[in-house]
Design a binder for this molecule. Structure first.
Ligand SMILES: CC(C)(COP(=O)(O)OP(=O)(O)OC[C@H]1O[C@@H](n2cnc3c(N)ncnc32)[C@H](O)[C@@H]1OP(=O)(O)O)[C@@H](O)C(=O)NCCC(=O)NCCS
Length: 218
């Protein structure tokens, strides 16, 4: 199949279960045994911070092989000024279709849409390896931190306009959209709607731990 045969389009209700299954397949055992991202996708769509205009899938030969979603978030400066921004994620590509440019295509498509909507900053918390090629930089370079002056190594900032951030310190205030994912019983219950899948350990879990617990101090 030629990569050019794919189409990028908005997700619709008929895609919901396929996209949830795609998220489950892509994230299974990646950052912990099992995963919660299929549940995250499921609950995100009805949250007030969800941005349906940026909910896209990539379809190849009639099959959805990649998906991306965004939520509204905020940056607050030291004077209390608020800037509306986006958090990207989950971004997922079905195993077997990864490293073929589909993630890149979905990101570039939705970055352009987000810019048209007036957004100029996108943030996500993830493995820098996946994002630096898309122009994401360390939060430290833009002086964007979590409350308490923490600059996580995994906090990545993409500006959609060069002058989007002016060097002043901004505190990132993510949506609470992912909070229900802490409810392990709810995740387990949702997971039972899918075919059984074995949980296990893999090295990416340690990699995730290292990235998500590291911060930049100089
Ligand atoms: C991460 C993911 C979304 C990337 O999508 P993809 O379609 O596989 O990636 P692409 O083929 O579009 O590659 C995009 C770029 O990232 C680079 N890249 C991707 N993964 C990489 C890795 N693990 N290490 C180094 N570079 C990597 C590619 O070299 C490419 O760079 P280029 O544009 O300069 O050629 C996809 O692999 C995936 O779903 N993985 C499992 C779930 C996941 O990890 N999601 C992200 C959560 S942080």
């Amino acid at each position: 199949m030629n990569n050019n045969d794919y189409i990028i389009r908005r997700e619709n209700e008929n895609d919901y279960r396929e996209v949830e299954n795609l998220a489950r397949e892509a994230f299974w055992n990646l950052s912990k045994p099992g995963c919660f991202e299929h549940y995250f996708v499921h609950i995100m769509r009805s949250h007030e911070d969800f941005v349906p205009e940026l909910d896209y899938v990539l379809e190849l030969d009639g099959k959805v092989v990649a998906s991306v979603m965004y939520c509204k978030a905020k940056l607050t400066d030291q004077q209390g000024n608020v800037k509306n921004i986006l958090t990207m994620g989950p971004l997922c590509v079905l195993p077997g279709f990864q490293r073929r440019g589909f993630g890149k295509a979905l990101l570039e498509h939705t970055f352009a849409k987000a810019a048209e909507m007036g957004y100029d900053v996108v943030i996500n918390f993830g493995n820098p390896d996946n994002y630096v090629a898309r122009g994401y930089k360390s939060c430290k370079k833009y002086n964007v931190c979590f409350a308490g002056d923490v600059f996580p190594a995994a906090l990545l900032v993409k500006v959609l306009r060069e002058d989007a951030l002016d060097g002043r310190k901004w505190t990132y205030c993510p949506s609470d959209v992912d909070h229900p994912c802490d409810d392990e019983k709810a995740v387990e219950e949702f997971d039972r709607q899918f075919p059984p899948k074995e949980k296990g350990w893999q090295p990416s879990q340690e990699e995730f731990y290292i990235h998500s617990h590291s911060s930049i101090t100089w």
